[in-house]
Design a protein around this ligand. Structure first.
Ligand code: TYD
Length: 206
């Protein structure tokens, strides 16, 4: 089973990711955790390239191709082998991020991003994706008040996050493999929703 977490920067995605891991650990399931961009040696190098502030002004097609290149390596070396061994794979971001950020945020278009990524994902789609949604204004404020060093994408304007947000909402429409979560709900209630969706899928797969 392949589970991904998506959402905008600063939405609490990492907290929920960790809580799901704890839930699965308590239940005794075997799983691996990984992230994009990253997850392999080469993909982590691409991560540095694509998020590095020294690369401000990167061409947007270059950016889209780098995310896809990182994904090709990651799917081949980490995700596919783990799924073949019957493990649950939990990934922090995947294809939907490219569609939302590069397709909508950078306005390269959904179809362009899907076709760039077709070879990279090699037919591997998530069984369930959690979209943790937060309004763009709050994303911007949370990032700027967090006190952390912001990466190249986190420094984008609110208008960029607005387009990404619309992207996530569009992608989620009529897709039963996506569960939309409101980031302003309590941590406990979000965690309980996610755990019950995952438990259901696991039970139905047995
Ligand atoms: P992430 O590590 O999740 O950042 P954070 O922990 O700060 O939320 O993701 C890195 C950034 O890369 C994030 O701003 C989203 C962006 N991104 C894309 O634009 N396209 C993609 O395909 C992926 C996977 C991430």
């Amino acid at each position: 089973m392949f589970i991904t977490f998506e959402g905008m920067d600063g939405c609490g995605k990492t907290t929920q990711f960790n809580l799901l891991c704890e839930h699965l650990r308590n239940k005794g399931y075997e799983f691996i955790v990984t992230r994009e961009p990253g997850g392999t040696k080469i993909s982590e190098k691409i991560r540095e390239l694509v998020l590095g502030n020294e690369n401000a002004g990167m061409n947007k097609m270059c950016e889209a191709l780098l995310y896809a290149a990182s994904r090709a390596e990651h799917v081949d070396k980490v995700i596919k082998p783990a799924l073949a061994e019957g493990k649950i794979v939990i990934c922090d971001r995947y294809l939907h991020s490219s569609i939302a950020y590069q397709g909508y945020g950078r306005q390269l278009g959904r179809d362009t991003i899907a076709s760039i990524n077709a070879g990279a994902i090699d037919g591997i789609y998530p069984d369930m994706s959690f979209f943790i949604m937060l309004d763009p204004e709050s994303v911007h404020n949370r990032l700027n008040q967090s006190g952390k060093d912001l990466d190249r994408l986190e420094k984008e304007a609110v208008s960029f996050f607005e387009r990404v947000n619309i992207g996530f909402a569009e992608i989620a429409k009529n897709d039963p493999t996506i569960t939309v979560i409101n980031a302003s709900d309590t941590i406990e209630s979000i965690a309980a929703t996610i755990a019950s969706v995952v438990d259901n899928i696991i039970e139905n797969n047995h």
